[in-house]
Design a protein around this ligand. Structure first.
Ligand SMILES: O=C(O)CCC(=O)C(=O)O
Length: 388
């Protein structure tokens, strides 16, 4: 199951949709480059995230921070993920890995591993995840020798990988989280998306939020954002696409948008284009999705999201990523420990960096010293995800 950035043997395509799809990918890529929402992560003279970056994020609903992760960090992440993939259940619902050992995460109570038929659309047009993926994506034909089901997503990734935990504590990215969601920002969840060439499932167009669409105080940032860090980079063919500006328009009728387009190729959408080590920020209210990966390039995205405290405190939510619950101060604090541990884990691996100071735990840093022996204590930590 090892990860490989490219697989030149892959020969899948979009079948009868191939020509239209290739034209769409090329056009989307061209339009993505006109948006002015990419570049290195920069600060202003006062030490805040540069205002033009924040403006471009709020205008378009996403931004690509180029070159955030160096080769060392990418190598750590790749090594950890290869180990994880070696040890996960060999098949859906299984308890043994491919070598017959007890599988990693097989006894997790939280929803952890997600499987799909190769190149299929597991969510589109179903009632899964509160029915938030209302239209089906085109499902290209997979090769005859493709596995019947592939693992394309796992949640709660910080319990499996210290490299993922260290990424979660990245000082510049946490500074962006504070700039966008306020210094008392809270976690959402963490996930790893794996879209192998010729196998990776599509993710039907959707908006992520489930709780606040009817709120009189809804604004463009109410349902938070996800960071999407790229191990191998992402292309128009294997990456996430976004309808720019849609995060600010409230709940949209995605089924009507797809019907009007006459296919799953939404005309205004653009791909998030990244090199290895780039990290995108994507507003969860934006209409977004991804196509089945018929290309030869693997995409591995490390997702980790954050919310405004006001969007989760006292809110009754869940149901998509975990059980419905009312998120009180105690739960938010317990879930936010992961940020404190991540900052310390990162400090140990990257001593030249200035660690991020997370305001809700300020002065308590000594209570959250990270040690590899703590990893098993994170088991099922994502039962406490703050899913809105
Ligand atoms: O990575 C993908 O293909 C989909 C990601 C996504 O939909 C999300 O993070 O909400």
């Amino acid at each position: 199951m090892a990860l490989l950035a490219h697989d030149p043997r892959v020969t899948t395509d979009y079948g009868p949709e191939q020509a239209a799809m290739q034209a769409y990918l090329a056009d989307g890529e061209r339009r993505a480059h006109t948006l002015g929402n990419r570049g290195p992560l920069r600060y202003d003279a006062a030490g805040g995230i540069a205002q033009d970056i924040l403006d471009a994020y709020w205008r378009t609903g996403f931004y690509v921070f180029e070159g955030v992760l160096g080769a060392d960090e990418l190598a750590d992440i790749e090594r950890d993920l290869n180990e994880v993939l070696d040890r996960v259940p060999a098949s859906e619902g299984g308890t043994l890995d491919a070598q017959g050992r007890p599988a990693l995460g097989a006894d997790c109570r939280a929803p952890t591993f997600f499987w799909a038929r190769p190149l299929a659309d597991p969510f589109g047009g179903t009632t899964l995840a509160n029915g938030r993926h209302p239209a089906r994506m085109y499902e290209p034909r997979a090769a005859a020798d493709a596995p019947p089901k592939v693992l394309y997503l796992f949640l709660g990734s910080l319990q499996f990988s210290e490299a993922c935990l260290r990424l979660y504590g990245h000082p510049d990215l946490l500074a962006v989280a504070a700039a966008v969601n306020g210094p008392d920002f809270t976690p959402f969840n963490e996930a790893v998306w794996i879209k192998k060439p010729g196998e990776g499932a599509s993710v039907a167009w959707h908006q992520d939020g489930t709780t606040h669409w009817q709120s009189p105080t809804l604004d463009a940032g109410t349902h938070g954002f996800n960071f999407m860090a790229q191990l191998y980079g992402c292309t128009a063919a294997n990456g996430v696409w976004v309808v720019p500006g849609s995060h600010a328009l409230g709940k949209l009728d995605i089924k009507a948008m797809v019907d009007a387009a006459g296919s799953d190729r939404l005309p205004d959408a653009v791909p998030i284009l990244c090199a290895p080590g780039d990290v995108a920020i994507c507003n969860r209210q934006a209409v977004h999705g991804s196509f089945a990966n018929t290309s030869r390039d693997t995409r591995v995205t490390l997702n980790f999201g954050f919310h405004r405290r006001a969007s989760v405190l006292g809110v009754t939510a869940g149901g998509v990523h975990n059980a419905v619950a009312t998120y009180d101060e105690a739960r938010i604090r317990e879930r936010s420990r992961l940020i404190a541990y991540a900052i310390d884990a990162r400090r140990q691996r990257y001593p030249h960096e200035t660690p991020f100071r997370y305001a809700p735990f300020a002065g308590e840093e000594a209570r959250y010293r990270w040690d590899a022996s703590l990893l098993p204590t994170l088991k099922d930590y994502n039962l406490l995800d703050l899913s809105i």
